[in-house]
Design a protein around this ligand. Structure first.
Ligand SMILES: Cc1ncc(COP(=O)(O)O)c(C=O)c1O
Length: 342
């Protein structure tokens, strides 16, 4: 580790996402073409106060990670998927479109720039591509921004849920996280709309997260997908426009199939979830880039608490998490071609 001393590194990783590398990759769309991307200081950007993003929320972002392997090399996990999701988010928000190669190159450039600072496992370098509408135009509530800014921030991180050892408490809410046609877009507004319910769930029920279940349909939490593990079967909502198509979700389902598990992507109702949760061996987990695969021990529904299985972190969750970490950390063969070595 070149740039950070060990203790410094620990301190820097204490609060997820609050420490940034001093430079980032940035490119501008001027209304007709994308300019050359460059590595620039990450402490500030200059925006007109009337910028489209500040008024009409023309913004989307991504979250992915680079990992340090034992041989010292650095690998980015499933970059192509995050780039594709960011292209889709941009398109659905009517932000300027961009080629996958532009963003991929920006990610690789900035991670390479800070390759020496990528933490060792269980830490990693969190990568935050961001796309914002910059046109100064406050009369454009119903018209897309002409110009935009794309940048890639880096933030060294530790283990978000402290090793995944504590089983989480989820409050099941009857409301949606966001408007149904926005769910598959990774846009800032969706997070803003989930904030109040999540804060209330924390204050009132000491819940870690809200599991959004509009009309009894088990969807996702504020920042992760929900998976139910019943014996050899893993059950999760089938993809539709109402929730974020998590890349960790896709990864875990692929690994589960590899391990011979039955994967059921279908509707999961609150009623079925609570019924299955009552069985002794049942497990539940949250999947996400930050959460990795975090065990869920308690569901709170209409003021009542329900244990999932015995309420403790389950062995299948732990096995799937370990299988994923082993690939990310370069300890097992990357048979699906998920790593980009830089
Ligand atoms: C709302 C929401 N759902 C699911 C996920 C999981 O997505 P991924 O596995 O791609 O990180 C996230 C992200 O991080 C999220 O913010």
């Amino acid at each position: 580790m070149k740039a950070f001393e060990h203790q410094q590194e620990k301190e820097k990783m204490a609060a997820f996402g609050s420490v940034f590398m001093p430079e980032m990759a940035m490119a501008r769309f001027d209304g007709t073409a994308w300019g050359q991307s460059a590595i620039v200081p990450s402490d500030s950007i200059s925006l007109h106060p009337g910028a489209h993003v500040l008024h009409y929320a023309s913004t989307c972002f991504e979250g992915l990670k680079a990992f340090r392997h034992e041989d010292g090399s650095v690998a980015i996990f499933r970059m192509d998927k995050n780039v594709a999701r960011m292209q889709q988010s941009s398109e659905l928000l009517s932000l300027p479109t961009f080629d996958a190669t532009l963003l991929s190159q920006m990610i690789v450039d900035v991670v390479r720039h800070y390759a020496a600072d990528v933490p060792t496992p269980p830490g990693s370098m969190y990568i935050r591509p961001t796309h914002i509408g910059t046109e100064p135009a406050i009369g454009k509530a119903a018209t897309p921004t002409l110009t935009s800014l794309l940048y890639v921030l880096l933030s060294p991180v530790g283990d978000y849920f402290a090793g995944g050892s504590r089983a989480l408490r989820l409050l099941m809410e009857d409301n949606a996280r966001c408007a149904p046609h926005m769910g598959m877009i990774k846009s800032g507004g969706n997070y803003a709309s989930a904030l109040q319910p999540t804060m209330q769930a924390k204050a009132k029920y000491q819940a870690d997260q809200v599991l959004f279940c509009p009309n009894g349909d088990v969807q996702e939490t504020g920042a992760a997908n929900f998976l139910l593990i019943d014996g050899n079967e893993i059950i999760t909502k089938a993809l539709d426009a109402s929730f974020l198509h998590g890349i960790t979700r896709d990864t875990i389902l692929t690994l589960a199939r590899d391990l011979g598990m039955k994967v059921s992507e279908r509707e999961l109702t609150v009623e079925e979830l609570l019924e299955r949760a009552a069985k002794p061996g049942t497990e539940a987990a949250l999947s996400g880039t930050a959460a990795v695969l975090a065990p869920v021990g308690t569901l709170i529904h209409q003021g009542k608490e329900y244990k999932v299985g015995n309420g403790e972190p389950g062995s299948t969750t732990a096995k799937l998490r370990q299988t994923l970490n082993d690939i990310q950390w370069g300890k097992t063969a990357d048979t699906h071609g998920w790593l980009t070595k830089i």
